[in-house]
Design a protein around this ligand. Structure first.
Ligand code: ADP
Ligand code: MG
Length: 687
């Protein structure tokens, strides 16, 4: 449905003036096509009768006769009470603010009535109802009516009339967008019928059919695009990797430990992908501390050995820097040419760096999102690694991929991604999992403590530091009076801990408002053991890896989400020593807050924790709206419609197998989907 007719302005429709058009424009409805895509959030079934006696079964939908009027209260505050009856019983309408209804609801007259009733004060009653005089052509009765999301000055009446007008005048211009044989295979209704029924269902069955085809259609086109992407083959000839893996052997020899079985397995999976003609899209899942980074580094050596370039992107400067230092420690001896890039690298250094990168004189560049900014050029980017991938948008990842000629992509995450999302965004994605932790790790022991008991926590930490270990203290706020709440903040607590609690130790403070130089200095001091305690905000959440730190104190733990808490706790327990997490909470704990803290006590692994997280938030939050919100789908929901998605995927991929050029500009649904869908903008423009 992309016919020019549907692109006409809504003011063309009868009854829509300039003012109403303005209200529509506020919710991005400008033309008829937009209006037809404004789908109801619910429906009211005013077709099937539900009598007063059946009020427990749902909203009552019946024909009533008015029997009496009276009032509750006195004077201007009095409220009209309308007594009525249907075949099965009697009830009362409480007409708050609608005393004028006494004129319309004349005793003895008959009306259609719809509303949710409850039994209260000896009466079956309601104050939320819709009523219409009985007639042969009722406006809002004897049918299933749509309930639209409201905003601005729009009410149900205005929207219903506008949509109804649009359907009567223009829905016939919508064309089927799915190949005929698929329409037959699934017994789909034709598109204009679907559009009509998604707004004004002739029956519940037809509503279901309409939803089915529109959801399928949207997902089908989504899959055609991702499918085409995932079938892309390399445009250049791949290196012949048949030589011995010299660098890999060398790095393994240097390590003070051997790789875990899972790390070896994942490395093999990655190497196999690299040898294929189809670019790799692989997700590496593994709990915090499972050793993903090392796997990524080793896999990079394979590319580097054959003179390809590798980009390694991390979400924070702190983390990128740490990776760069580790990489330098491990790889410089092997002759790997390394560079670090972030927004804070000064121009005098950046210029020669960028030119070296463009000339191919850098093998591995590690950095933040600065890596995909405009002036960064590679000579031969073959491999892109993204750490903590959930911290990046799809767009950002694509921007980096576009710096090479279909490079391999490795995404790393400690948070499992729902399969619906991997299917949608990548057509599919191979997943590697590291389940086993490096040998000798002990699970972190987690203690809960109420805020008044913090002295005990401080004493426990003191003992650990006296043994030569280090500790993190994490707070939800950076500074005082940042927000008007009474939460502890890192800056004041740094002073307090330093002066009052741990005068014998050295403390460091880190948060996002400090300058880069200060942050670097603070981290260096903590890494080298010069400082015993690092006071921080959640900036240390991702990736920071200091094995000698054995205590993680999180104050106001109730203010962190489950995955945040898990990530923070993952900063300790990274070496052979026993580590501890202290979750200090305030007295007033919400139910969810309690469950979160208990979950942290009960589970140590990220998979169980993210499962609990999913339960607490509901799948919509995690997979549907939050993670894929940017897809902005009109009809489909990635969680609810998973089975449709899989069908659409199979169908779309089959088509692409026999006809790779199937997707044509005249397949206009896809334009509609993609105009609103960031990651795919311009997807058709290179036809
Ligand atoms: P992740 O990124 O998965 O959270 P890291 O890659 O940061 O984990 O690794 C955590 C720590 O474990 C690092 O200090 C790393 O050197 C160490 N490590 C990695 N692999 C092993 C192994 N096989 N045996 C022992 N320690 C390992
Ligand atoms: Mg990591």
């Amino acid at each position: 449905m992309y016919a020019d007719e549907l692109k006409q302005k809504v003011t063309l429709l009868k009854g829509i003036g300039k003012e109403t058009a303005k209200s529509f424009a506020k919710i991005d409805i400008n033309n008829v096509s937009d209006l037809l895509k404004y789908i109801p959030r619910a429906y009211e079934n005013r077709k099937d009768t539900v009598t007063l006696s059946n009020y427990r079964m749902g909203p009552v939908n019946t024909i009533v006769e008015i029997t009496d009027h009276d009032y509750i209260g006195f004077g201007i505050k009095k409220t009209l009470k309308v007594h009525l009856k249907d075949e099965t019983g009697s009830a009362v309408l409480i007409c708050f603010g609608r005393n004028f209804l006494s004129r319309k609801l004349v005793i003895g007259k008959k009306f259609f009535l719809y509303g949710n009733f409850e039994y209260k004060f000896n009466n079956l009653q309601t104050s939320a109802f819709d009523i219409e005089e009985i007639s042969n052509k009722p406006v809002n009765f004897n049918k299933i009516i749509p309930v639209y999301p409201l905003s601005a000055k729009l009410n149900q009446g205005i929207i219903r009339r506008a949509v109804s007008e649009a359907i009567d005048e223009l829905a016939r211009y919508t064309k089927n967008q799915i190949p005929e044989y698929l329409i037959q295979k699934y017994d789909f209704v034709v598109r204009n019928r679907a559009i009509q029924n998604i707004h004004f269902p002739e029956s519940l069955q037809l509503l279901e059919s309409a939803e089915k085809v529109l959801r399928y259609e949207e997902l089908f086109y989504l899959q055609l695009t991702v499918g085409r992407k995932s079938k892309e083959t390399r445009k250049f000839h791949r290196n012949d990797f048949s030589h011995p893996k010299k660098l890999e052997e060398l790095i393994k020899k240097q390590l003070p430990f051997s790789l875990t079985i899972d790390q070896e397995k994942v490395l093999k999976e990655i190497e196999k992908d690299m040898e294929s003609d189809i670019p790799m899209t692989r997700l590496l899942q593994g709990d915090v501390g499972s050793g993903k980074t090392l796997v990524a580094f080793i896999s990079a050596l394979k590319i580097i050995e054959f003179r390809g370039q590798v980009a390694f992107m991390a979400p924070t400067e702190l983390l990128a820097k740490q990776h760069a230092e580790n990489a330098a420690r491990l790889m410089e001896k092997l002759g790997v040419r390394l560079a670090f890039l972030s927004g804070n690298v000064k121009n005098s250094q950046r210029k020669p760096l960028l030119s070296a990168l463009a000339k191919g004189e850098i093998d591995l560049i590690i950095g933040t999102h600065a890596l995909f900014t405009g002036n960064v050029e590679f000579k031969n980017l073959q491999y892109v690694i993204v750490d903590e991938q959930h911290k990046f948008g799809v767009l950002q990842r694509m921007a980096l991929l576009n710096k090479g000629d279909s490079p391999d992509l490795l995404l790393m995450t400690a948070t499992p991604i729902p399969r619906t999302l991997t299917l949608t965004l990548f057509g599919d994605m191979d997943v590697s999992i590291i389940k086993t932790m490096p040998e000798g790790r002990k699970p972190v022991i987690t203690h809960l403590s109420i805020i008044d008991n913090d002295k005990k926590v401080y004493d426990a930490v003191r003992k650990e530091i006296e043994r030569g270990h280090q500790a993190y203290f994490v707070y939800p706020r950076i500074q005082e009076s940042e927000l008007s709440d009474s939460l502890k903040n890192a800056e004041s607590m740094y002073n307090y801990l330093r002066e009052e609690v741990f005068p014998e130790f050295r403390l460091g403070l880190i948060h996002s408002k400090l300058s880069e130089d200060e942050k670097i200095k603070t981290m260096k001091n903590f890494v080298s053991g010069k400082t015993n305690i690092l006071v921080s905000t959640s900036v240390v959440e991702v990736g920071v890896d200091i094995q000698n730190a054995t205590c993680m104190v999180i104050e106001h733990a109730e203010h962190f989400g489950l995955s945040g808490l898990h990530q923070l706790r993952g900063r300790v327990g990274r070496g052979r020593e026993q580590s501890y997490a202290f979750l200090v909470y305030a007295k007033e704990l919400s139910e969810v807050g309690k469950i979160r803290l208990k979950t942290m006590m009960k589970f140590n692994d990220g998979f169980s924790i993210s499962e609990e997280d999913l339960k607490l938030r509901g799948p919509g939050e995690l997979a549907g709206s939050r993670q894929s919100g940017f897809l902005n789908l009109t009809y489909a929901d990635l969680v609810r419609d998973f089975d449709i998605l899989e069908k659409a995927r199979t169908d779309a991929f089959k088509i692409l197998d026999s006809d790779p050029g199937f997707l044509k500009p005249e397949h206009t649904v896809i334009r509609e989907v993609f105009e609103r869908c960031e990651p795919f903008k311009g997807a058709l423009d290179n036809e």
